[in-house]
Structures are given as structure tokens and as C-alpha cells.
Design a protein around this ligand. Structure first.
Ligand SMILES: [Zn+2]
Length: 145
């Protein structure tokens, strides 16, 4: 029984940051590898190329990623605010707050394609847990009308 708990698969964080299927952590979720290939960067496989897990579990499944994206954006903004405060400081006598807002906005816009993919990978991982026996066990088919 203890051997069942041993997990030799890729780690959760690695798979999420590399946009891998949360069930097998090896199959890619997106058809285009580069997140900055802006014309096709959000095109996903219907099923995982490695374990055949459905990626769209139900219609509109990925609407919930807005919450993930929002939380990451707020966390990054807080981090850049604290970083700016510690390294450069804020003052009411100069435009340091405005400079931080503009800098933060530019950073968030530049990383947005990656963040959108990351949010989907995190969202999928909430509903599809890792299965160490993914090579032998079939994934559950989603309920379809
Ligand atoms: Zn998979």
C-alpha cells in the first residue's frame, strides 16, 4: 500500500507552469508551444495527446479561469508594489506611484498570454487530479447531452 503513494510523475508546479495535462502531467494542453504566437496561442487539444483526458469537461468550463487570472494578477501587482517600495520607495512629491502603475500595467500586459494559459492549467488541475496510473487507466468521459 505504501508503494501506491509513491509518486514518480512530474511535479504539480512544473506541470502547471509548463501547461501540461493535470491528469498525466506529460501531455501538452495547447497546440502551439509558444504562448506569444498570438494568433493561435489559446488553441487547445480536445483531448490530452498522452492520456486522452478531455480538456473541456463541460461547455464553458474555462469561464472560471477569470478568477484564477484575477488572483494571479492581484498577487503580482502586490509583489511589484512591495518590490518597488523596497527598492525605489514611494513619495507623494514625485510621480513614483504613477510610474509604478504604468510599469505594473506594462508587465501585466506583456505576460498576459502566458497568464491566460497558466490560469487554464491551474483551473483544469482543480477538477482533474493527477493519476499515477494514467497509462493503464482510462479517463472518465465527461457527461455530454
Ligand atoms: Zn494527460
Amino acid at each position: 500500500m505504501c508503494a501506491d503513494k509513491k509518486n514518480n510523475g512530474p511535479g504539480y508546479l512544473w506541470s502547471v507552469f509548463h501547461h501540461k495535462c493535470s491528469r498525466c502531467r506529460t501531455g501538452r494542453m495547447f497546440k502551439v508551444k509558444n504562448a506569444y504566437h498570438l494568433k493561435h496561442f489559446m488553441k487547445m487539444y480536445d483531448r490530452c495527446p498522452a492520456c486522452t483526458q478531455y480538456f473541456e469537461i463541460e461547455p464553458g468550463f474555462y469561464y472560471g479561469t477569470a478568477y484564477i487570472s484575477y488572483a494571479i494578477t492581484v498577487a503580482l501587482s502586490v509583489a511589484t508594489f512591495i518590490g518597488w517600495w523596497l527598492l525605489l520607495g514611494f513619495s507623494l512629491e514625485d510621480n513614483s506611484v504613477l510610474k509604478w502603475i504604468v510599469s505594473n500595467m506594462i508587465v501585466l500586459i506583456l505576460i498576459q498570454p502566458y497568464l491566460m494559459r497558466l490560469s487554464r492549467a491551474i483551473w483544469l488541475s482543480f477538477f482533474v487530479p493527477y493519476n499515477a496510473n494514467w497509462q493503464t487507466e482510462k479517463p472518465e468521459d465527461p457527461e455530454r447531452m
